[in-house]
Ligand binder design. Structure first.
Ligand code: FA5
Ligand code: MG
Length: 381
């Protein structure tokens, strides 16, 4: 088990563990396992896949755009709900604000769930081209492409009327076209040829909004969200006549494609057999897996109550099994005549680094069952 430091320094600010992890405080849902990731800053390590990728994206923006993008990679991940939600127009009742989706330090403060938390302030300060890289935090499901701590890079570019005047297009179409072209160029710079597609979507802070998906491990995987910034955000930052695009890249997802990394847990591995495969500036590397250990599946059925959520289940499972859990999947769901609902979840256990014994897995599963029963208000079947 990793020892948990009591005091961290992030961007020059000292943060005590007690300031973030508050036992028995109902406005706080940050567990130790999440606290221990604050300040790790994988994106600032030049030999780590996330840091190598960040630098490669920097290169792309430095080389292909006349105006210089200002770069930020040490903004504190502990932000106000105003920064994380209000400033980017997330409605008061939006589900991303719930305790089920976001880690709250207290009723007014969260671990940022996206790098968009910094958009408004940087616009207010007058920046018109910038990139913000950082660790972000979300209560989420468990599988090979989801982890509760991951890294995003935000990009924002503000255009002025001169930019689109000669194009014969309206400002929004011009900026949307530039956005897609810029991100397609980035994908080409990173991957060369790759199967990708644009999907229309919704974000409160952009309109129109798009996601980019890449075909990876036999599936379409979402790697980024983007769009044309809502005019209200620019207006509030004093940019009445500007029009902007913005994007948020999922750095783990892009690094998985770039280096052929099969599971998102590997980014946190300190095993030399992982870390030694990567070095500063080297993009052409394909990760050579050292673990082909078989997964072990355990099923678990219970009657749920109204308060049950899958994110809560995943947090309990991760709290016990840590990175030994590979996937948590709902495999059966029915409601009986009395109106009671049963869920069956299949938990896949697999270490990235060694083979697990039956005994170890049975013990883990036993502890998971106990914790699920005692913390989630469900009845095991
Ligand atoms: C956002 O976070 C928006 N802020 C992105 C954005 C910025 C849109 C600016 C428009 C303008 P989304 O929730 O889709 O969007 O997350 C962005 C990316 O983060 C996803 O495409 C995915 O690549 C990555 N991501 C999301 N959740 C996880 C997770 N649990 N683990 C790993 N990567 C994740
Ligand atoms: Mg998304």
């Amino acid at each position: 088990k990793q020892p948990i430091a009591a005091l961290l320094e992030i961007g020059g600010v000292k943060i005590a563990k007690d300031d973030v992890v508050k036992e028995n405080d109902p406005t706080n849902n940050v567990p130790d396992t999440i606290f221990s990731k604050l300040g790790v800053e994988l994106h600032r390590r030049d030999n780590h896949p996330i840091g190598i990728l960040k630098n490669a994206i920097y290169d792309y923006f430095d080389t292909n755009f006349p105006a210089k993008f200002v770069k930020f990679d040490d903004l504190c991940p502990i932000v106000s709900i105003k920064e994380n939600f209000d400033d980017v127009l997330v409605p008061a009742d939006h589900i991303s604000r719930s305790y089920n989706d976001t880690y709250y330090v207290d009723a007014q403060t969260v671990l940022r769930c996206h790098t968009s938390a910094h958009q408004a302030e940087l616009l207010r300060k007058g920046h018109s081209h910038f990139l913000v890289t950082g660790d972000v935090y979300r209560r989420d499901s468990i599988d090979s492409t989801h982890y509760p701590v991951f890294h995003q890079m935000e990009g924002v570019r503000v255009f002025s009327p001169d930019d689109w005047a000669g194009s014969g297009m309206d400002a929004t179409s011009y900026v949307a076209m530039d956005l897609k072209k810029s991100l397609e160029g980035l994908a080409k710079h990173l991957f060369g040829a790759v199967d990708m597609r644009w999907v229309d979507t919704y974000f409160p802070f952009t309109n129109p909004s798009f996601e980019l998906e890449i075909f990876f491990q036999e599936k379409w995987m979402e790697v980024l969200g983007c769009g044309v910034t809502e005019q209200e955000i620019l207006r509030r930052s004093g940019r009445m006549d500007g029009v902007a695009w913005a994007f948020g890249l999922g750095l783990e997802r892009l690094a998985m494609v770039l280096f052929d990394i099969p599971d998102i847990r590997l980014f946190w591995s300190t095993d030399q057999r992982f870390t030694s495969q990567f070095s500063e500036g080297k993009l052409g590397i394909k990760f050579q897996p050292f673990s082909k250990y078989p997964p072990c599946y355990k099923d678990m059925s219970f009657w749920i109550s109204d308060s049950f959520t899958e994110n809560n289940l995943c947090e309990v499972v991760r709290g016990i099994a840590g990175d030994l859990v590979e996937e948590v999947q709902l495999i059966d769901n029915f409601t009986n005549k009395k109106g009671m609902t049963s869920h069956c979840y299949r938990i896949a256990y697999r270490s990235m680094e060694r083979s697990l014994t039956d005994e170890e897995i049975n013990q883990l599963q036993g502890r998971v069952r106990e914790a699920v029963q005692s913390k989630l208000n469900v009845v095991l079947r």
